[in-house]
Write a protein that binds this ligand. Structure first.
Ligand SMILES: NC(=O)c1ccc[n+]([C@@H]2O[C@H](COP(=O)([O-])OP(=O)(O)OC[C@H]3O[C@@H](n4cnc5c(N)ncnc54)[C@H](OP(=O)(O)O)[C@@H]3O)[C@@H](O)[C@H]2O)c1
Length: 281
């Protein structure tokens, strides 16, 4: 650790909570200037005050990643304020899940608008600046971008799309000197499981439904992300349980499917509740 991103300009979507917020804090500790995008600007203003007290320069940007105009305006404001963009972290996302028979195509479209097209628009809005800086684009995937799980088809599909996108972009953008990374976390502490299928957050404090001992600290996830970007590595799987699950799924795919299918038979609603508690869909 040190000032590995001193005076680098880092643009993060979904910086108002969870992994994006923690990554902003970690990048500020590494000397970066930050352009922080999310819909809840009040939260970004609070984070700005916190980070500027530590010496960072911070630009809060009200931006919905499903609106390309808003992203273009956020990027223009960033370049006006800081003159360049070195690192882009396409992190904004949420989860649409539930038994597939209870969902329909609009659920998948809503999921892809944010998790896939929002990430793609983040890339294309910043690409000219990344070409100039020969910087990094980092996508937030998931362990569920590498293995399928029950009652999760829209989210699973969106994260498989992110992993496929990143893997192809790796070659194309390498030609331009841009490093592509994809971060695939398991369960990380955040507000992720308090957002419903419509993208609406629980208004009251929502209890984390995943057992505490399995949930990886957000600050550690942020440090792993910073390290992956700094090393210009392609992929980082975050969390011990995520690494173990992917190892087993990759090497024993048939047994994995048999085991999971047996474990959830007739219990898909229970699986959904285990992931998000009693949050209204
Ligand atoms: N936590 C986990 O266990 C986990 C595991 C694997 C992957 N991930 C991935 O990690 C990323 C971050 O999730 P998190 O866990 O940090 O969740 P989180 O605490 O709910 O934070 C999500 C962030 O995304 C922003 N966001 C959502 N929709 C947006 C939109 N349309 N436009 C702009 N910003 C938007 C939210 O800000 P506003 O609401 O203020 O806009 C918020 O800052 C996601 O891509 C998620 O899929 C998380």
């Amino acid at each position: 650790m040190g000032m590995r991103f001193k005076d680098k300009v880092v643009f993060i979507t979904g910086a108002s909570a969870g992994i994006g917020r923690a990554t902003a804090v970690a990048m500020a500790e590494e000397g970066a200037h930050l352009a922080l995008a999310a819909r809840r600007k009040d939260r970004l203003e609070t984070l700005k005050a916190e980070l500027e007290a530590g010496g960072a320069r911070v630009l809060p940007l009200a931006c919905d990643v499903t609106q390309r105009d808003a992203l273009d305006a956020a990027v223009a404001a960033t370049v006006e304020a800081f003159g360049r963009i070195d690192v882009v972290i396409a992190n904004a996302g949420f989860g649409v899940s539930g038994a597939a028979t209870k969902l329909d195509t609009p659920d998948y479209r809503r999921q892809f608008e944010t998790n896939v097209f929002g990430a793609l628009d983040t890339l294309y809005a910043t690409l000219p600046h990344l070409e100039t800086s020969k910087g990094n684009i980092c996508f937030l995937g998931s362990v569920m971008g590498r293995m399928g799980l029950p009652a999760s088809a829209p989210y699973n599909a969106s994260k498989f799309a992110i992993c496929g996108l990143a893997e192809s972009l790796y070659y194309d953008l390498r030609e331009k000197g841009i490093a592509v990374s994809v971060i695939n976390p398991g369960w990380v502490a955040s507000e992720f499981r308090s957002v419903n299928n419509q993208g609406v957050r629980a208004t009251e404090q929502h209890k984390e439904p995943i057992p505490q001992w399995l949930v990886y600290p957000t600050e550690k996830a942020a440090r792993d992300i910073v390290q992956c970007i700094y090393k210009r590595r392609f992929e980082a799987v975050i969390t011990g349980h995520g690494k173990l699950a992917l190892f087993i799924a990759r090497h024993f795919p048939r047994s994995t499917r048999w085991f999971i299918a047996r474990a959830v038979r007739g219990k898909l609603d229970k699986v959904e509740r285990a992931k998000r508690g009693d949050l209204a869909q």
